[in-house]
Every structure is written in C-alpha cells, then in structure tokens.
Ligand binder design. Structure first.
Ligand SMILES: Cc1cc2nc3c(=O)[nH]c(=O)nc-3n(C[C@H](O)[C@H](O)[C@H](O)COP(=O)(O)O)c2cc1C
Length: 280
C-alpha cells in the first residue's frame, strides 16, 4: 500500500489531500499544467488517477467516497431544499450512536420564510456588533497547536476566496455572511432538552449532526456546521417556536453548493496520521 501524498488541497480540481492512500501500487506520478496525477496498477491494468471522480473509482467504497467528498460549503444557491430530502436524511442519521441509546436530540428545520427571517435577524445582530449569547459555552480563544490550525484555516480560506489580508471590509462581509448562513435556504437546528447533562449530550449531537451531513450529501446537498447559527438562540427559539427550556446546540446550513464561488470549493487540510495517532 502506498501513500498518495504531497499534493496541494486548496485548488479546485486538486484532489489528493495529504495522507490519502492508494489501494493499488503507484507506478508513476507527475504534474501536467499544474494538476497532479498518479498512475496506478489496478488489477494489472494501468489507470490514471487525476481527478476526484476517477479517484472515487479507484477507491470504490461508498463510505470512503462520502467521507472524502464532504466538505464545508460557504456559498449556497437559493434553490429550495425539498422536505422529502430532509426527511430521508433524518431517516438515515437517526441511526447514529448515542450514550445508552438515549437519542437526546431533536432536529428543527428552518426553511422558506423562517430561514429568511432568521438570516435577516442574525445579520442585523451581527451588523450592530451584538456579542454572541449561545446556550452552549463556546471557546473564546485557542492556544498552541489549536491556534495554529485555526489560524491556518482562516488564512487558507480567505486566500482561496481572494480576500486580501488587509481588506478589512471584505473580511467583515465574510463574517457577516455567516449570519446569513452563506445563502443557504435551510438550516437544521440540533436541540437538546435543557435538563440533560450538557457535555455528554453534545457528544451525542456531534454524532447525529455529522451523520446528517453525510446523509444530506447522499441527497446531493452541501452542508456546513455553523457555530454562528447558534450565537443568538433566543431568536432561533422565537422564530422556530422552540420552548425556552431547550438548548440550541448547533445549526447546520443545508443547500445546493454554488460551485461558481470559491467559498464553495475550498478544501481544508488535516494533520497527518503520524501526528494524531499513537499506539500505546
Ligand atoms: C462545531 C462546529 C462549528 C463550526 N462553525 C463554523 C462557523 O461558524 N463558520 C464557518 O465558516 N465554519 C464553521 N465550521 C466549519 C469548520 O471550519 C470546518 O468543519 C473545518 O474547517 C474543517 O473543514 P471541512 O468541514 O471542510 O472538512 C464549524 C465546524 C464545527 C464542527
């Protein structure tokens, strides 16, 4: 088994995040017009693996495909998301594991006018500089390696979007755009009962919410977890008629990616297996 490593990850069409593995021996590798390719021996027939779709052929498994294909989308088309698709995604994601099978989750969907109202009200809060008042405590700042990864992400994303470092207005607009859910016509809110033990229930919410992202992908939908979407839970509760004693853990924006925008094609990086795995 050989590694396909060393390719860049943030160019549209570039498809070899470091650490991706080839199941077949790599015979040769190179670069044509800036695009990386690998020639692999697949069952004694040579194939060129140069883009995402034929890499999928190479990798085959549906699960691998879903995991590698999902990415956070930061530019959506206004095309509405059908409620049938959301129901099918929920049908699948409800099989996610939870502590003691307690399934401590509710999913409340904001679409149509409700989503537009939330986007307008969140944007307004952001525009007037209102500090976030989330139900679930959020990290205020990161240190050490976490800070490095956080800063790397911000730098790579803004560069990919063509936003200059000192273009403060464009940066502010990007952050305000989060409050419009990056144009998504639908947000899935993951809610817990206020009586529940919060840290542990949040593990369970992470479990179902990520499974929801994969299930939505299967419907052809893009997603992004949005901390920004839970900054003002009082607004979420009033617009979506959620009882005051529930807690809004996270919102996931859902919709069709606007692939004409760089914000929909950005790929984040990951540290390598060596950096995160240790056999004790
Ligand atoms: C709990 C959580 C909250 C997030 N909130 C935001 C957010 O408010 N704005 C944003 O642009 N991305 C947000 N993200 C997306 C992360 O930046 C993204 O998952 C990470 O950079 C990895 O990239 P990928 O999802 O494309 O693989 C959030 C992700 C998680 C898990």
């Amino acid at each position: 088994m050989l590694f396909l490593a060393g390719a860049t990850t943030n160019n549209p069409g570039e498809v070899f995040p470091s650490g991706w593995q080839s199941l077949s021996p790599v015979i040769s590798a190179g670069n044509i017009e800036g695009r990386t390719f690998r020639i692999v021996d697949r069952n004694s027939s040579l194939r060129i693996v140069s883009n995402y779709s034929n890499m999928m052929e190479e990798y085959g498994m549906e699960l691998t495909k879903a995991v590698l294909e999902r990415k956070s989308i930061r530019a959506f088309l206004p095309t509405p998301v059908s409620r049938e698709a959301i129901v099918r995604a929920t049908e699948l994601c409800r099989w996610a594991p939870s502590w003691g099978n307690t399934q401590p989750w509710e999913i409340v969907i904001a679409d149509g006018d409700k989503c537009r109202t939330l986007a307008d009200r969140f944007y307004e809060e952001g525009r007037r500089g209102a500090p976030p008042r989330p139900n679930i405590e959020m990290p205020i700042e990161f240190s050490d390696v976490y800070k490095r990864r956080y800063m790397d992400l911000g730098r790579a994303l803004l560069t990919h979007m063509g936003i200059e470092r000192d273009d403060k207005d464009a940066r502010i607009q990007h952050y305000l755009n989060m409050y419009r859910f990056f144009g998504a016509p639908c947000v899935a809110y993951f809610i817990i009962d206020g009586k529940l033990n919060e840290p542990y229930s949040c593990l369970d919410i992470g479990s179902i919410a990520t499974t929801f992202c994969y299930a939505a992908l299967q419907e052809g939908l893009g997603t992004i977890y949005l901390a920004a979407s839970m900054h003002f839970p009082d607004i979420v509760k009033s617009v979506l008629e959620i009882p005051a004693d529930k807690k809004v853990v996270i919102g996931i924006a859902v919709g069709y990616p606007d692939d004409s925008k760089p914000a929909a094609t950005f790929r984040s990086d990951r540290d390598s297996v060596d950096q995160i795995l240790r056999f004790a």
